[in-house]
Write a protein that binds this ligand. Structure first.
Ligand SMILES: Cc1cc2nc3c(=O)[nH]c(=O)nc-3n(C[C@H](O)[C@H](O)[C@H](O)COP(=O)(O)OP(=O)(O)OC[C@H]3O[C@@H](n4cnc5c(N)ncnc54)[C@H](O)[C@@H]3O)c2cc1C
Length: 345
């Protein structure tokens, strides 16, 4: 069982044991059985945020394939194994708003709280009310309210606790309305022809997001080789005022006095700087490759792509070169967004 067949980037060697779990009871039983043996466990959803070693995974992979969607008023509870984009489409069809900007993100619902999935001004932390999970430390099913999920930018308590919680279902509170939540992202507002803060029909927001994402190779499409990726490979660095000033000085030295570093407000006096901008200015352009099948997407500098013949080792070598180039040029340390299994940057 090659994990390459279960990851969107098409990389990863064999799993020692592979279990497909289609009900909550099967998920819990599989985790308990693996924990009883004491070996490593990897919970697998859609494999869209995973980089697995060429040597594979010397432990038990549990593939979560549970299904189920239920609605009670404006609350929606989704089984971990439901396809995320289908969930978003369903909520819009139900006249519920709050997830429309998260259209087109690959993977399964159960993974969305792990890195607090976000795009185009929305994050799941804005609408999640609780997460049900199997707690491997307590050997019990627990319900964790939103304020105890520890959500942050591309992180959560689930991600930080490295495998302790196996998500079984996620509950969202959405707004019962046919129009979107206020548009917060400038690029999306421009595409929709509205101002920041305006609302549009939720279906219209979804279409615009999907169109923007397709142009960047961010919607999985077997016909588009630029989508054989894990999405963004690096997290956008969040900088305080002193760190930003240092980057601005380095940028002026490299790119000229008039060059302005783009930024987004990240709250608390912090700013988020687009990693893609830094990577390009450090000299890595779209399509760049070390010549072994791993390359930067031709559509988006932040995505690293397996053009067909890549290995995980080659992908990581490319990622290291980019990380080192950005650090040497601008003094910024980029961190990877996907979970790395059996490899390190
Ligand atoms: C083309 C493309 C575009 C993307 N765009 C975005 C984007 O816009 N925004 C964004 O935030 N992400 C984006 N991603 C990343 C990815 O789609 C999300 O992180 C997604 O939520 C991962 O879901 P998955 O089911 O594929 O998880 P997997 O890749 O299978 O797993 C990811 C991690 O979550 C853990 N996990 C999975 N399911 C469970 C569970 N039930 N319980 C406990 N742990 C679990 C895994 O062990 C692993 O550590 C993109 C990826 C691709 C390929």
């Amino acid at each position: 069982m090659r994990l390459a067949d279960y990851t969107t980037i098409g990389l990863g060697g064999p799993a020692r044991d592979f279990v497909s779990a289609g009900t909550e009871a099967e998920v819990v039983a599989a985790v308990q059985a693996a924990d009883a043996i004491g070996g490593p466990v990897l919970i697998l959803g859609g494999g869209s945020n995973l980089v697995v070693a060429d040597a594979g995974f010397d432990g038990t992979v549990i593939h979560v394939t549970t299904r189920g969607l239920s609605r009670g008023g404006d609350g929606v509870t989704v089984a971990a194994g439901e396809d995320w984009d289908a969930v978003v489409a369903w909520t819009i069809a139900e006249g519920l708003a709050g997830l429309e900007c998260l259209s087109g993100i690959p993977g399964l619902a159960g993974a969305t709280p792990i890195q607090n999935v976000g795009a185009y001004g929305q994050e799941v932390s804005q609408t999640i009310t609780q997460v049900r999970a199997y707690d491997r430390t307590a050997s019990a099913i627990v319900t964790i309210p939103e304020d105890r999920c520890g959500f942050g930018y591309r992180t959560s308590r689930f991600r930080r606790s490295a495998g302790r919680f196996v998500v079984l279902s996620v509950t969202f509170r959405l707004a019962g309305q046919p129009f979107s939540e206020p548009v917060r992202y400038a690029e999306l507002a421009t595409a929709l022809g509205v101002a920041i803060g305006d609302r549009v029909a939720s279906a219209e927001a979804r279409s615009a997001v999907l169109e923007l994402r397709r142009r960047k190779g961010m919607v999985i499409d077997p016909a588009d080789p630029d989508t054989r990726s894990v999405g963004s490979f690096f997290i956008n660095p969040v900088l305080d005022a002193a760190a930003l000033a240092a980057v601005e000085a380095a940028v002026r030295a490299r790119c000229g006095e008039g060059t302005r570093v783009p930024r987004f407000d990240a709250g608390g006096g912090l700013v988020k700087v687009p990693a893609a901008w830094l990577i390009e200015r450090a000299g890595f352009s779209k399509g760049y490759s070390l010549g072994d099948g791993a390359r930067i997407s031709a559509k988006h500098t932040l995505a690293l792509v397996n053009s067909g013949s890549a290995t995980t080792a080659g992908l990581m070598a490319l990622a290291r070169q980019i990380r080192d180039g950005v650090r040497d040029t601008f003094g910024v340390s980029l961190t990877p967004e996907p979970d790395l299994v059996g490899v390190a940057l």
